[in-house]
Write a new protein. Structure first.
Length: 110
């Protein structure tokens, strides 16, 4: 299973479901024309990713899913760890900027 970073979890006002934006965490540096933020070593330790070596959060593409209907999330599954709020703010800002430039949405609800 590939580690992901939940950048947004929003409860829908009309349906009451939890809509998710899931960003991939990868050990490969972003290629030409792609946008990713390197996860600093201290953040990798917090997130339980220190054994992985260098890692990046890909911010120009995301998986859209609904938590209550997901085939990909395991309810009650183990959480490796957490990234700090300041780092997540940086990720969220980069994700927001990338979303303005391109959709990058992969719908995982189907």
């Amino acid at each position: 299973m590939r580690p992901v970073c939940v950048v947004a979890a929003v409860r829908g006002a009309s349906d009451g479901l939890t809509h998710l934006a899931l960003l991939a965490i990868t050990s490969a540096m972003a290629g030409e024309g792609r946008t990713a933020i390197e996860i600093p070593e201290i953040e990798r330790r917090r997130a339980g990713l220190s054994a992985q070596g260098r890692a990046w959060v890909v911010v120009d593409e995301y998986n859209y899913d609904i938590a209550e209907r997901s085939w990909f999330l395991e309810p009650g599954g183990d959480i490796l760890g957490r990234l700090s709020k300041p780092f997540m703010m940086k990720v969220a800002a980069a994700f927001s900027a990338a979303r303005r430039a391109t959709s990058g949405r992969v719908d995982r609800t189907r």
